[in-house]
Write a protein that binds this ligand. Structure first.
Ligand SMILES: Cc1ncc(C[n+]2csc(CCOP(=O)(O)OP(=O)(O)O)c2C)c(N)n1
Ligand code: SF4
Length: 251
């Protein structure tokens, strides 16, 4: 069974969603394709639903996680993976994100973080950099960006990672480990929208690879290295934190 579909791809030329698509295709090859169910939100990221030959549910904006949870509880044997946007996850779906960490269901969430609501033409999301100007915020974003890694750690997520979409092989490796992890896995993927938030298309040179495991103090230190504002300092990518804890399905 091929992982590709015949759907026409409508992402903008040069969009880093193409790279995330390539990474997940590589990852799925390591597993049995039939064991997967995917859920997407609504946004540019969500079009991935049309480009992957997997069963699933093209969901609602902000509701990726509860839909994943429903599928997992219905059939715990499935590898349930979710593709969501930063607007999707950290704005309308924020309460689900916190609950997912606490519940520790054995599901895997990939967030395509382009620091913008892109499908709706580039408004500010909780992770947008300060000063980001859009049609809706012509004077620039005044708010401090949310740090999703710290929020995931505080919520009890048992696998927390960050990837750079431009590094397809590394992202694929982290995706594989996230899927294999027993518990809630959260993979934050730096994606960059080259149309609406191009200012952030310069982060790669600041990234460096890490592989932290059970050390929470270190995880918080790693999360603190980058504040989601313009590229300053270092941006750790890789596993930020990993812990073994009883899953929702095993209780
Ligand atoms: C329940 C609901 N709320 C809001 C919308 C409008 N909406 C559609 S796409 C979108 C932006 C998506 O942004 P993000 O989740 O960051 O994904 P991206 O397009 O950047 O990949 C919004 C607000 C909607 N379709 N449904
Ligand atoms: S608007 Fe941005 S995120 Fe959406 S397809 Fe185009 S480049 Fe990608």
């Amino acid at each position: 069974m091929k992982i590709e579909t015949k759907c026409e791809n409508t992402w903008c030329p040069g969009c880093y969603n193409f790279m995330i698509l390539n990474s997940i295709k590589k990852t799925i090859k390591k597993f049995n394709q039939k064991d997967f169910a995917m859920v997407t939100g609504i946004g540019c990221h969500a079009k991935i639903f049309d480009y992957l030959n997997l069963s699933g549910f093209y969901g609602l904006h902000g509701r990726v996680l509860p839909t994943m949870l429903g599928i997992k509880l219905g059939n715990p044997k499935l590898n349930v993976i979710g593709f969501a946007g930063d607007g999707d996850t950290y704005s309308e779906g924020l309460s689900h994100f916190i609950s997912a960490g606490r519940y520790n269901s054995n599901i895997t969430l990939f967030v395509h973080d382009n620091q913008s609501f892109s499908l709706t033409t580039g408004q500010v999301t909780p992770t947008s950099q300060q000063g980001f100007k859009s049609k809706a915020e012509p004077l620039g974003n005044i708010n401090k960006p949310l740090d999703p890694l710290k929020l995931a750690l505080a919520s009890g997520a048992t696998f927390v990672a960050r990837c750079n979409s431009k590094d397809i092989n590394h992202t694929a490796k982290i995706m594989e480990q996230a899927i294999k992890h027993e518990g809630f896995s959260f993979v934050e993927i730096i994606q960059t929208c080259v149309i609406f938030n191009k200012e952030m298309d310069n982060l790669t040179k600041y990234t460096y690879k890490v592989n932290n495991k059970t050390n929470m103090k270190k995880a918080l230190q790693l999360a603190n290295k980058w504040d989601y504002n313009s590229a300053k300092g270092k941006i750790p990518v890789g596993i930020i934190y990993k812990e073994k804890r009883k899953t929702l399905e095993s209780t």
